[in-house]
Design a protein around this ligand. Structure first.
Ligand code: LLP
Length: 439
């Protein structure tokens, strides 16, 4: 049986050569309809006393993605003053943003931050130092604050950077500092109207549920003024077949029950907030690369493609898996890992990029050794499409390594029209900030 669409968005393989011919490879592709569906799903999550969804823009900060997401009614979670400024430059007002950052802005950036806060940006206090720096300004400006609590327990899916709450992580105000911050704020007449915890990305839903219980305990013990409780992001998506996606309805139902219980016990109705990044965009995205060369050796056969770790660093950083599809030059689908589809018998190929790094491959084991992917036979000029790349690919890529130019991005609109949303970098941009000094 033949098939010509693949991946979670049922992408039509015939589009792949069209995109490649028009804008070249490598190229990022985003499916707008899929992003909007994820937004709808999140906005319809069961809740008890209201739900507020913020998109964690670090997942993908492209202005068109931000406009699509905010157009659906999601607000933003920003992780730096620059991120907030970037979103603002896309036309998004500051009162639709919350800043949760490790930064302690000083000097001009501090003034900029104060301007943003005066314009409605919500500030999430993440350390004792941050509290001390913001307190006088907050008092004078008459604003309420949010506080990020370090929960003392992790919830991320893998190690490396995804543990955001254990004793080995530094995010948020640690429990030993909470009584001090609470007392200082009370003495000053400042209110923490929102409590926030983010435990990590892509973890077990059980950890998410445990965090809800734990966080409500913090609210009860320390934060009498809180009207909103944010459970952070971290909702898992299934990028590969067989992976289990977070069940939004189940998690929302659990949260709603706990919040109702909390209301019965304390008389306080808390609004729930979440701030997913991955869930919104991860499976909307693909990277289209082209087979430049093929090497058949006694040990392993390789497909050398024209985009790898400089577009997607997750395999190298976390050993993450992304589904691989092969599309022929004529636009026919030859194989799709996502759909377990192959024309002929799938054979193992190491798929490697063009960076001078042994780990520049889409599939690596824990030691960083290349793991072959089972794909249909591919020839030079065919396309290797990497799926599940809408989140933390463009935003987290070492893009100019080996002086490769940042790849363009295309969005498939709802009427299937293909629109270029970011141009390929030009060579001048690689050196534009460098100065010719006298030597
Ligand atoms: N809120 C805060 C405070 C966060 O630090 C993050 C992610 C999120 C929300 C969104 O989490 P998400 O829903 O995307 O899991 N780069 C890694 C994940 C680390 C993200 C760090 N913070 C990845 O590629 O999976």
């Amino acid at each position: 049986m033949t098939q010509n669409h693949f991946g979670p968005t049922r992408l039509d393989a015939a589009l792949v050569p069209l995109i490649a011919q028009k804008w070249g490879t490598p190229v990022y592709l985003h499916d707008r309809a899929f992003i909007e569906q994820s937004c709808d799903q999140l906005l319809n999550m069961p809740n008890a006393f209201g739900l507020h969804v913020r998109y964690a823009m670090k997942a993908n900060s492209d202005r068109t993605v931000l406009r699509v997401v905010t157009g659906k009614g999601l607000d933003l979670d920003c992780s730096s003053v620059d991120e907030a400024a970037r979103a603002h430059s896309a036309g998004i007002p500051y009162d639709r943003m919350m800043l949760t950052t490790q930064e302690v802005p000083l000097g001009q950036e501090r003034e900029e931050l104060e301007g943003m806060i005066r314009n409605g940006l919500k500030y999430n206090v993440c350390s004792l130092t941050q509290y001390r720096l913001i307190a006088d300004f907050a008092k004078q400006a008459g604003i309420d604050l949010s506080i990020r609590v370090h929960p003392g327990a992790s919830g991320g899916g893998e190690s490396q950077t995804r543990d955001t709450g254990s004793e080995y992580s530094c995010f948020g105000v640690h429990l030993n500092d909470i009584p001090t911050v609470v007392e200082m704020a009370r003495d000053k007449g400042l209110r923490f109207t929102q409590v926030h915890v983010h435990i990590g990305s892509g973890g077990d839903p059980e950890k998410w549920r445990e965090n809800i219980d734990r966080e409500l305990g913090f609210v009860r013990s320390y934060f009498p003024d809180a009207g909103t409780v944010s459970f952070g992001g971290g909702l898992k998506v299934a990028r590969m077949p067989g992976e289990k996606q977070a069940d939004i309805n189940e998690l929302g139902t659990y949260a709603a029950a706990r919040l109702k219980e909390f209301k019965e016990q304390t008389g306080r109705a808390l609004r729930m907030e979440i701030e997913p990044g991955t869930f919104v965009v991860a499976n909307s995205g693909y990277i289209i690369t082209r087979v430049m060369d093929k090497k058949l050796t006694n040990e392993m056969n390789f497909l050398l493609v024209d985009g790898g770790m400089e577009l997607l660093s997750r395999p190298l950083l976390y050993g993450s898996e992304h589904p691989i599809s092969i599309v022929g030059q004529d636009g026919t689908l030859r194989s799709s890992e996502y759909d377990s589809y192959s024309v002929g018998t799938a054979t193992p190929y190491g798929i490697v990029g063009r960076c001078c790094e042994s780990g520049d491959s889409v599939r690596l084991d824990n030691e960083g050794t290349i793991v072959p992917v089972q794909v249909a036979e591919a020839e030079i000029g065919d396309y290797v499409v990497i799926g599940g790349t809408g989140a933390y690919s463009e935003s987290m890529s070492p893009e100019n390594y080996n002086s490769h130019r940042k790849a363009p991005a295309v969005m498939k609109m709802k009427d299937a029209e293909l629109v270029l949303i970011r141009k390929r970098q030009v060579r001048e941009q690689l050196v534009q900030n460098e100065l010719d000094v006298d030597l």
